[in-house]
Design a protein around this ligand. Structure first.
Ligand SMILES: [Zn+2]
Ligand SMILES: [Zn+2]
Length: 153
């Protein structure tokens, strides 16, 4: 348990905090680590991880999981949804209009306290879905294999 003694601002905290502000790419701790290492070459991944945890606790950033083992960090605190590209792994901020208010009554009755909710939409992003511009070129030669994408409307 942490006491009320709040650790003072460290150079690491300032650099990491600056690195993630305004970043909408939902970086992982490792992404941030590679970035801040250019400014603080002796920083460890552990320090980056702990500092990110602290920013999450302090409510400066939020931590997200998109079915991966690694957490992603997001400086956007307003409620928003995410589009996750299954091809390039990009996570984009989106806002999906809700036709109706979502009904959480059953959850509340079951004892859950709702703080926020967001959608995680999975599919293929605009860049990967653009015809003729595959992000990852297949190594093999020969006729291109058409990739089938399911379209859901
Ligand atoms: Zn993509
Ligand atoms: Zn986001």
């Amino acid at each position: 348990m942490e006491r009320a003694i709040r650790p003072r601002t460290t150079p690491q905290l300032t650099v990491i905090s600056t690195a993630i502000q305004g970043d909408h790419s939902h970086p992982s701790a490792e992404d941030i680590y590679l970035r801040v290492r250019k400014v603080l070459p002796r920083i460890s991944l552990g320090t980056v991880y702990r500092t990110l945890q602290r920013l999450v606790r302090e409510g400066t950033i939020q931590m997200l999981f998109f079915g991966e083992r690694t957490a992603r960090y997001d400086p956007t605190l307003e409620e928003h949804d995410h589009f996750i590209c299954q091809q390039c792994g990009r996570v984009e901020d989106v806002r999906v209009e809700r036709e109706q208010q979502m009904d959480f009554a059953s959850l509340v009755r079951a004892g859950f306290t709702i703080a926020a909710h967001s959608l995680a939409i999975r599919g293929v992003c605009q860049l990967c879905g653009r015809p003729g511009e595959p992000r990852r070129r297949p190594r093999r030669t020969g006729p291109p294999v058409p990739t089938k994408r399911e379209r859901t409307h």
